[in-house]
Design a protein around this ligand. Structure first.
Ligand code: SF4
Ligand code: SF4
Length: 231
C-alpha cells in the first residue's frame, strides 16, 4: 500500500463509520454525465464513500416513505456532501486535484442523470454489487447505504477492511415481493425504472415528503445475514 493510500484510509476511518473504496476509474469515466461539461483529464481516481442508514427508521416504512425516513435521507446526504467536501479540501491541501461530486443532484433533467453514477463507481471499485433492486448492495449493510464520490488525480487504492468479497444477490429475492409496482425482477438489466420513477413521483406528493424517495426495497435489503429475510 502506498503512503497516499494509507493516508486516505486513516483519514476516512477517523471521519466515521463509512464504507469506502478507492482506485482507478479510467475505464468508466467516459460514462460520467459531467464529462460533457467538465474536462476530467487527469482525474483518473475516485474515492467512493457509503454511509449506513439507521435501521430503526427504515423499519417504520411499510407501504410508503415516512417523514423520519425523509429526514434521515436528507441528513445522510448532507453528511456525505460535507465529508466529500472535507476530503476534497484535504486532497488539495496535499497538492492534489479533487472534485466532490454531489451525493444527490440531477445534472441532466431530461435524461434524469446525475454528474455520475455513484453506484457505477462503487461497483467498479468493488464496494458492492448491483442488486436486483438496481441499487448498490454491500455485504455489510445491504442496500441500506447512501453514497458519494470524490474524483482526484492522487493515485489512491484500497477499501474498508473485509469488503473485497463481492457475492451478488444469490438466491435472495426479498425486495422483489415488496415493490408496490413490480419494478424488481431478476437483476438490474430488467429493472422497471419507469414504473419505479412514477411511483416515487407519487410519493413525492405526500404531504411533508416533497422528495422522490420510497425506501420500501431498501428496507427489505439489510445486508449481512439478512439476505433472504421475509419482510
Ligand atoms: S433484497 Fe436481496 S435480491 Fe434484493 S437487492 Fe437486496 S440482496 Fe438483492
Ligand atoms: S424504490 Fe420503491 S418503487 Fe422503486 S423499485 Fe424500490 S420498492 Fe419499487
Amino acid at each position: 500500500m502506498t503512503e497516499d493510500s494509507r493516508w486516505l484510509g486513516d483519514w476516512l476511518r477517523a471521519e466515521g463509520p463509512f464504507l469506502f473504496a478507492a482506485g482507478d476509474i479510467t475505464g468508466i469515466k467516459h460514462d460520467f454525465c459531467m464529462a460533457r461539461f467538465h474536462d476530467l483529464a487527469g482525474l483518473d481516481y475516485a474515492v467512493v464513500l457509503a454511509y449506513p442508514l439507521v435501521r430503526e427508521v427504515l423499519e417504520e416504512i411499510e407501504d410508503q416513505p415516512t417523514l423520519l425516513y425523509k429526514h434521515l435521507y436528507r441528513q445522510v446526504n448532507n453528511l456525505l456532501d460535507r465529508t466529500a467536501l472535507k476530503l476534497a479540501l484535504a486532497l488539495e491541501g496535499r497538492g492534489s486535484r479533487a472534485i466532490p461530486v454531489p451525493a444527490s443532484q440531477l445534472l441532466d433533467w431530461k435524461e434524469l442523470l446525475a454528474h455520475l453514477s455513484h453506484r457505477q463507481v462503487a461497483v467498479h471499485l468493488k464496494l458492492g454489487w448491483f442488486g436486483r433492486n438496481n441499487l448498490l448492495v454491500t455485504r455489510r449493510h445491504g442496500a441500506q447505504v447512501r453514497l458519494v464520490t470524490v474524483l482526484t488525480d492522487l493515485p489512491v487504492a484500497g477499501s474498508s477492511a473485509g469488503l473485497e468479497e463481492v457475492t451478488g444477490c444469490g438466491e435472495c429475492r426479498a425486495c422483489v415481493a415488496v415493490c408496490p409496482v413490480n419494478a424488481i425482477h431478476e437483476g438490474p438489466q430488467d429493472f422497471g425504472r419507469p414504473a419505479c420513477f412514477e411511483k416515487v413521483k407519487q410519493f413525492e406528493r405526500i404531504q411533508g415528503i416533497g422528495q422522490r424517495i420510497c425506501g420500501i426495497c431498501i428496507r427489505a435489503c439489510p445486508g449481512q445475514g439478512g439476505f433472504g429475510r421475509q419482510v
